[in-house]
Design a protein around this ligand. Structure first.
Ligand SMILES: Cc1cc2nc3c(=O)[nH]c(=O)nc-3n(C[C@H](O)[C@H](O)[C@H](O)COP(=O)(O)OP(=O)(O)OC[C@H]3O[C@@H](n4cnc5c(N)ncnc54)[C@H](O)[C@@H]3O)c2cc1C
Length: 387
């Protein structure tokens, strides 16, 4: 590898890299063409315990911290693989772990840890609310021992490959709640019984293979015992989980960026035009060096945010900044790598165009760059709010 390797968790990194060699570019290209799910890859990570590393040992996981999880995802992405198919199995359970009852945790977490239950769908976004989550309208009406759910979600990843889903619903209408962020609740939906009984999943074909779907709820019954935490307080629980998600996705961007820099450097040394390696020209060298500098800075921010998360400090701002810097650094590295490859960058067999499409997502999801800028402007710099 052309770059110095990140030093934290060397054994985890080495093992993940070794596992990833079983899933070379052609494996991902075929899935990408067919828009198919990487079941073998996910099974291999599950079997080796990498998707349960954040689950405490008492529930069958390895009880490691977020910093260890960032090492796993960074190496997956640096190897040319894509953790998007299963990264949520690592962190979605955080809502249950932090806010679930002892009975709920005992019932679900050991099975999530073993991989017997896939808890990797997270239903928040709706077509008409967009980023303004307080305007979701999917509603759960209490009827005896059940909630009856009606509404619609969009962009819900992996819904077809998940046994359980953490779902954010309104239990009080926005205009009847004390404040807009009140009156939302989190339900744990058992997809195995829900589909065909009030829940319809419709896949959305997108520019990348991310198992995206749209969900339609039509009088879906969810037992009241599947409410997580206190009714009406769900927005706060979801926000809690978002910091982990943003830091982990930032680490995937760091891995993508390292992949692009590795590939660009190797190609620039190898490809000769006008009788010399293209990498001898500063017009080729400098963008790659700039990508490396930007990525190194972003990586430091990801490490900082993960360390703050692991020590229990409030890290919303740092998680946001890490995600923004990492997604922009990986995108610059992607563009540089493509340009370095000239026409070959567009050929499927180089995997550059696939990774280029994949890494672009992270400036939009799970939160878009403008919303991060707005958070820093108003919460950190105390500038007047625009909305
Ligand atoms: C492939 C994919 C997978 C996803 N997976 C999931 C999932 O599993 N679960 C889930 O719940 N959601 C998921 N999402 C949704 C994702 O979180 C949202 O797409 C993202 O948060 C942006 O929201 P939006 O698409 O509604 O954009 P909008 O809110 O409609 O915003 C559109 C654009 O306008 C900008 N904008 C909006 N308001 C302002 C403002 N006030 N000032 C400046 N700019 C503004 C935004 O930054 C954005 O660029 C996924 C999305 C994609 C594409």
């Amino acid at each position: 590898m052309s770059q110095s390797t990140a030093s934290s968790h060397p054994e985890i990194r080495e093992t993940v890299r070794r596992l990833c060699t079983q899933f070379p570019g052609e494996y991902w290209r075929k899935l990408d063409r067919e828009r198919a799910y990487p079941s073998d890859f996910v099974q291999t990570l599950t079997k080796n315990g990498f998707l349960s590393i954040l689950i405490p040992e008492e529930f069958g996981g390895s009880g490691l911290d977020l910093s260890a999880a960032t090492a796993v995802l960074e190496e997956i992405h640096r190897s040319g693989c894509n953790g998007g198919a299963c990264h949520a199995q690592m962190y979605t359970m955080g809502t249950l772990l932090k806010h679930g009852t002892p009975e709920q945790k005992a019932k679900y977490l050991p099975k999530v840890a073993s991989g017997e239950l896939r808890l990797q769908a997270f239903g928040v976004t709706e077509p008409s609310s967009g980023t303004d989550t307080t305007r979701i309208t999917t509603f759960a009406r209490r009827e005896g021992d059940n909630y009856i759910v009606n509404g619609q979600k969009i962009w819900i990843s992996r819904a077809e490959h998940s046994d359980l889903m953490v779902l954010l619903v309104r239990t009080t209408a926005r205009d009847e709640a004390a404040k807009p962020s009140d009156g939302m609740s989190v339900l744990l939906v058992d997809m195995r019984t829900a589909v065909g009984n009030g829940l319809t999943i419709r896949p959305i074909r997108t520019m990348l293979n991310h198992a995206s779907t749209e969900l339609f709820f039509d009088d879906l019954k969810v037992p009241v015992e599947n409410l997580i935490g206190v009714e009406g307080k769900g927005f706060k629980y979801i926000l809690d989980g978002m910091n982990a998600e943003r830091i982990l996705i930032a680490s995937e961007c760091i891995g993508d960026g390292r992949f692009f820099i590795d590939r660009a450097s190797a190609y620039a040394k190898d490809r000769s035009v006008f009788g010399q390696p293209i990498g001898q020209n500063q017009g080729i060298q400098f963008p790659i060096a700039r990508a490396y500098i930007q990525l190194s800075a972003a990586s430091g921010m990801v490490d900082k945010a993960a360390a703050m998360f692991d020590s229990g400090e409030a890290c919303g701002t740092e998680a946001n900044m890490a995600k923004m810097l990492a997604s922009e650094a990986s995108w610059y590295a992607a563009d540089t790598c493509l340009q370095t490859h000239g026409g070959f960058g567009f050929a499927e067999e180089y995997d550059i165009e696939r990774k280029f499409r994949e890494t672009r997502l992270y400036q939009v999801a799970p939160i878009s760059t403008n919303l991060i800028l707005s958070h820093v402007a108003t919460h950190v710099l105390e500038l007047p709010k625009s909305f």
